[in-house]
Design a binder for this molecule. Structure first.
Ligand code: CMC
Length: 432
């Protein structure tokens, strides 16, 4: 970041005191006011929900919500979704540059050879009810990995140890996600296959059985790979900020990623594509759309898959996913699928309705990704688990960036306290 000798002058105590706050300039995006010295005045800033707060400096992902831009390490998401594959994107996010052919081959080799989990971890699943939500199991089993990879790791000073953790997480999360699905359905766990690509192997672990090998359709594998690319990172969103905050205390990276998974689970974040499909089920028929929209405008419910904290324009990931949706449904001959027709009817109305236009509410990636995942045969309850698996690389890249910074401090926000003033303890017998 550059300090450009510009300051914001803040006067307080009715003008009796002033403080100059430096303005910092990034390579792209808004300037930020550096308020680190403000605490010396005895005041804090107040920004619940971080509406105007840059929580850290980062070189990984850039979003321009007004223009609808998303870059990973400077590369537009459209180009990566079209020309790269997921593991190449992972390499880019972690290391900052696209790999050479040799670097990519070696990266793919390492990831592919670490996809099995410790056999003892499989036993953890038996402790869960069969009807547990996959995200509940993912939080637990991913967190449990910290007990398996704790010794001899020096994450704060050894870059190589951090990379080993990154490889392990990227390699093993699909295995854990698929096991969640298999366990719920009483199916035997399928070991990974090293002859398949990352996405094809995930589909194999989901859908093969010991009696029958699932042969992944290349169009569907490409669609899944694209979903993973689109969800790989999204700068300082709630789950990434959670991973950073957890990691800032020096916590084990597997435990930090488990915290990220917990945060992602919420319907306002990663749970949205699941919520979109549930919403489509509830609406049921195109004829019910006007009544549903009335409810949205009366704030009885939200139109899930619409709106975004950062994008006040079309989410660039949504445009790519929309195209992918058509490709997949075309490949499977599902163009007339009633759920898809219903989604298109909602999209049309919302894009033309003043309620959405005035509030700059556009479809986000989750509006379409749920329909694609559904067409791939993935049950709704697994949608967020797949998002978690894709986002693991983003979380671990941010964690690595943070831990590598020699000036890194533990995250410790302050508050505006509005509770009781000091008061004396009242013995229980005299309390009214
Ligand atoms: N349907 C109807 N109204 C909405 C919606 C929606 N989906 N989203 C926002 N609004 C309204 C909201 O009621 C408010 O109206 P008013 O100004 O009259 O009070 C206005 O738009 C501003 O909304 P907000 O809640 O202040 O915006 P936010 O930045 O706090 O929330 C959001 C962003 C994503 C949580 C929200 O738009 C939402 O809940 N959308 C549905 C869930 C969803 O699709 N989430 C996926 C996000 S993309 C995946 C990811 O990156 O994690």
């Amino acid at each position: 970041m550059d300090e450009k000798n510009r300051t914001v002058n803040l006067s307080y105590n009715e003008g009796q005191n002033t403080i100059d706050l430096p303005v910092l300039e990034g390579t792209l995006g808004p300037d930020v006011v550096d308020i680190r010295n403000l605490a010396k005045t005895g005041m804090f800033t107040f920004d619940p929900g971080y509406l105007a707060t840059a929580s850290c400096e980062s070189k990984i992902t850039f979003i321009d919500g007004d223009l609808g831009l998303l870059y990973y390490r400077g590369y537009p998401i459209e180009e990566l979704a079209e020309d790269a594959d997921y593991l190449e994107t992972c390499y880019l996010l972690i290391y900052g540059e696209l790999p050479t052919r040799e670097q990519k081959d070696e990266f793919v080799r390492i990831v592919t050879h670490h996809t099995m989990i410790h056999e003892q971890l499989a036993a953890f699943f038996k402790g869960f009810r069969r009807d547990s939500h996959p995200m509940a199991m993912m939080v637990g089993v991913t967190g449990a990995m910290s007990a398996f990879y704790q010794d001899s790791m020096d994450y704060s000073s050894k870059a190589n140890d951090r990379m080993v953790a990154a490889y392990r997480l990227i390699s093993k999360l699909p295995t854990i996600a698929a096991m969640c699905y298999r366990y719920t359905n009483g199916l035997p766990f399928m070991y990974p296959r090293n002859d398949l690509s990352y996405s094809a192997n995930f589909m194999h672990m989901m859908f093969s059985t010991p009696c029958e090998t699932y042969e992944p359709n290349p169009v569907l594998v490409k669609a899944l790979d694209r979903i993973l690319i689109l969800h790989a990172d999204h700068e300082q969103n709630a789950s990434t900020s959670t991973v950073r905050l957890a990691g800032s205390s020096g916590a084990n990276p597997f435990a930090c990623v488990a915290a990220g998974i917990a945060c992602l689970w919420g319907p306002a974040h990663g749970g949205a594509n699941e919520a979109v499909l549930k919403m489509l089920d509830e609406i049921g028929d195109v004829a019910h759309v006007p009544a549903f929209m009335d409810g949205v405008k009366n704030k009885t419910h939200k139109l899930m898959g619409f709106g975004h904290r950062v994008y006040k324009n079309m989410d660039p990931r949504a445009s790519i996913m929309r195209r992918t949706c058509y490709e997949v449904l075309g490949e499977l001959g599902l163009q007339d699928d009633p759920k898809f027709k219903l989604a298109m009817a909602l999209e049309k109305i919302a894009l033309e309705d003043p309620y959405f236009i005035e509030r700059k509410l556009y479809p986000n990636v989750d509006f379409y990704s749920g329909i694609v995942l559904s067409a791939l045969g993935i049950p709704v309850s697994m949608f967020t688990a797949i998002f978690a698996m894709a986002r693991t690389v983003g979380w671990i890249s941010h964690w690595n960036e943070m831990i590598s910074d020699p000036n890194q401090k533990i995250g410790r926000p302050r508050q505006l306290y509005t509770g009781a003033q000091r008061r004396d303890y009242v013995p229980i017998d005299v309390r009214k």
